[in-house]
Design a protein around this ligand. Structure first.
Ligand code: PMP
Length: 413
């Protein structure tokens, strides 16, 4: 007899294991951003869709030197398993990076993760039972919504404006969810240069939101991969800088260095931190020792602050180019004008559907991300996210001209 299980006969033609998956697998659907990658990566298409950092601005030779030194001097350690919490030397460097943003802590507070994406997964795994509520900005990061769905959370969006999350909207959302008898587990927020909205939470609102969450007993998950990529001066201090016990903070080297290393980190209240390390060990045993040592070596030998400054200059020029092109070609639309990060959030006329418009855009050889990708509740139909991080200024100008042809074509219909 074969040892292979017989697929259940009730499966679909496409996947005979359809009825075998756990309920949580229903939350794993192809994200609109990911589905776009195949199309948008064709060389003739100007992609304003993905959020790929412009890694070509890195001093490649210094990265190669760091890699070589790690292999020559610490090869057996770099190629070995390591601590589940991360290499202590890198955690010390992470404290230096965080000090730039006004966060202090000890080496023990830092947990190295496989990108901040993994930290999002671990935190959600620790806290969410099916049906629990996560409060998140409207819109919110598509990758976080995907994680939340995969643990069967209910995402309750909270309105934001040009100053970020609106405290009164947060109060209303908390009251509404609790009236419905549901349990709120945490507030997920991206305070700086929001993905996708491009806005930054003002300093007074940071205080007010912390006050609300403290008095309502709601944990805050602060996701800050873009905070150091500011244009006109730094954003207000992170929530974590004034609140240790109620905030889990996530950082990443993906945007300030390179996403290929897959190294991010979490700083969490003490009790949560221990659980996070156990969860991380059960998921991956330990983060890549090789990546961690190469980043440590790079930070020790290269002028990394200068290099972050170079990134700021590159992205600021691209952002200015995008805003100028939008002002010139699409003056009747509205959009956010970020002071850092990667994204501009554009509002189309009410009657336009950005997802339906996408095939026409791709035909015109330009790609963007439709707004619905960033909502768990079907919102964002007339919004689009434009990324200025990867295309050159010339490509951005070309892309916006093509987008203008598409949008004007839809308006004229
Ligand atoms: N959070 C936000 C807001 C992001 O934009 C991203 C990447 N686009 C991530 C988390 C994940 O980043 P990484 O895993 O590369 O650190």
């Amino acid at each position: 007899m074969s040892s292979q299980p017989t697929p259940p006969s009730t499966g679909t033609n496409l996947d005979p294991w359809y009825n075998t998956y756990a309920d949580r697998a229903a939350g794993l659907s192809v994200s609109e951003v990911r589905a776009l990658f195949a199309v948008a990566s064709r060389p003739e298409v100007v992609s304003l869709a993905g959020g790929m950092p412009y890694v070509s601005a890195l001093p490649q030779d210094l990265v190669v030197d760091a890699m070589n030194r790690v292999m020559v001097e610490q090869g057996p350690i770099a190629l070995q398993y390591g601590s589940g919490q991360g290499v202590p030397k890198l955690r010390e460097h992470i404290l230096e990076v965080m000090a730039l943003e006004g966060i202090s802590g000890s080496v023990d507070d830092v947990i190295v993760t496989t990108g901040s994406q993994q930290a999002l997964d671990l935190v959600t795994k620790l806290f969410i039972n099916p049906g629990d509520v996560i409060l998140a900005e409207a819109p919110s990061y598509v990758g976080a919504i995907g994680v939340f769905r995969s643990y069967q959370a209910d995402v309750e969006h909270v309105l934001m404006d040009d100053d970020g999350l609106i405290p009164d909207a947060l109060r209303d959302a908390i009251a509404r969810v609790r009236r419905d008898g549901k349990t709120i587990k945490f507030l997920y927020t991206i305070p700086n240069f929001h993905n996708p909205a491009g806005v930054t939470l003002s300093a007074p609102r940071r205080e007010e939101i912390l006050h609300i969450c403290r008095s309502e007993g709601i944990l805050v998950l602060e996701d800050n991969p873009y905070g150091l990529l500011y244009f006109d001066g730094p954003p207000p201090a992170p929530l974590r800088s004034t609140e240790d016990e109620g905030v889990i903070y996530l950082g990443s080297f993906s945007k300030t260095l390179a996403p290929g290393f897959r190294i991010g980190w979490a700083i969490a209240p003490h009790a949560i931190r221990e659980k996070l390390v156990l969860a991380a060990e059960s998921a991956i045993l330990c983060p890549s020792a090789f990546s961690q040592l190469v980043i440590s070596e790079y930070l020790e030998t290269a002028d990394w602050k200068k290099q972050i400054n170079t990134f700021r200059g590159v992205y600021e020029e691209r952002k200015n180019t995008m805003i100028a092109a939008l002002s010139e070609h699409l003056p009747d639309l509205s959009w956010t004008n970020p002071n850092g990060g990667f994204y501009v959030w554009v509002t189309l006329p009410d009657y336009l559907d950005s997802k339906q418009m996408l095939p026409r855009a791709v035909k015109e050889l330009v790609a963007y991300t439709p707004g619905t990708a960033f909502y768990a509740d079907g919102g964002g139909r007339n919004k689009i996210r434009l990324s200025f991080c990867y295309p050159t200024p010339e490509q951005i100008r070309l892309g916006i001209r093509r987008l203008t042809t598409v949008i004007n074509g839809e308006i004229d219909l």
